[in-house]
Design a protein around this ligand. Sequence first.
Ligand SMILES: Nc1ncnc2c1ncn2[C@@H]1O[C@H](COP(=O)(O)OP(=O)(O)OP(=O)(O)O)[C@@H](O)[C@H]1O
Length: 245
Amino acid sequence: MIEIDQAKAVIEANSLCVNIKNNPILKGLNFQVKAGEIYALLGGNGAGKSTTLKTLLGFNAPSSGSVKVDGKEVVKALNLVREKTAYLPESATLYTHLTARENVKYFLSLADIKKSDAEVNQAFDRVALQEKARDRHMQTYSKGMRQKTAIALALLREAPIFLLDEPTSGLDPVAIDEFNQLVRELASGGATILMVTHDVYGACQVADRIGLLRDGELVGEFSAPQNGQIETEQVHAAFAQRGAA
Ligand SMILES: Nc1ncnc2c1ncn2[C@@H]1O[C@H](COP(=O)(O)OP(=O)(O)OP(=O)(O)O)[C@@H](O)[C@H]1O
């Protein structure tokens, strides 16, 4: 059971600058994501979303400032950070010639985690992966089903932090609703969720807060009202306002 401490920043970027090949790509990012929160980093092509995710995963080092997960600087605690983090790339990297069950068992064994068949089935139940699909090769899976499998694996790994890259692109509306529901349940259970997306509407549907990223800088933040959603029009207007800071 994950303990929820609403005040605690689980993910934090502090004046984060990242240069790639001597070019400044992230230019002083500041944001925090707390336990139980869904934060969407929203930006157009080339805004720096993937660079931020890669930095959080330790594949880029900050040129100045810092990025911390659970209070630890990512570059100094790589294994710990990766253990706590479930990263879902735009196309889930699971083996298509294996079944969902085989994939989950294989990745758990790599992490030296033992789970019973009943526990694996419980995780599949939680993500609503149909029973009849669990023993089918994943090449027959839709993106939504692959995501469910990846989330089931994260639940079994007890990873409390989720990094989601364009999670709803390519999903049909029913799969989007299911995915959003699942993400909300994860957050209500205390998970910390950071997603990156260029989808204004999708971000507003699910996020508690949105950070608008433009050209490596955070140019606005929006918060959902109590029991409500962030207004799409407001965010869309800010997103479309080229060059304004
Ligand atoms: N390995 C690299 N070499 C050179 N430039 C890079 C590299 N990786 C990223 N960049 C540059 O950094 C900037 C931010 O790229 P990034 O991939 O983080 O943006 P993004 O917001 O994820 O975009 P998209 O939505 O198109 O995936 C872009 O200008 C990109 O060209």
